[in-house]
Design a protein around this ligand. Structure first.
Ligand code: ZN
Length: 100
């Protein structure tokens, strides 16, 4: 069971048909079983941003929530130094300026 046990109602339209968005590349599509076919799970792809939602309403398409897995991934990337600083951020530090 990859998907959370409980499904929240859509905060926009009140629908109970919300799909959980899976991020990353699934090892096996069979792991989702019927969840994928019945739109209880949507594949979010492997390119995640900080604003991707955890849930998407099947009825109205509204997306909401904050996937915990993204927070974990983000923390991991920060610790590993996988985020590349922008040129200007480095330049400001080099020049001794604060980047606010
Ligand atoms: Zn909705």
């Amino acid at each position: 069971m990859l998907r959370p046990e409980t499904t929240p109602d859509c905060p926009a339209c009140g629908s109970k048909r919300a799909a959980w968005i899976f991020y990353g590349l699934p090892v096996s599509f069979e792991a989702f079983g019927a969840d994928l076919e019945e739109k209880r799970v949507i594949l979010g792809g492997c390119c995640v941003s900080q604003t991707d939602p955890e849930w998407q309403c099947v009825e109205c398409g509204h997306g909401w929530g904050r996937p915990k897995v993204l927070d974990d991934l983000h923390r991991f990337m920060e610790e590993e130094g996988l985020f590349r600083e922008s040129f200007w951020a480095r330049f400001r530090r080099w020049a001794g300026l604060r980047s606010d």
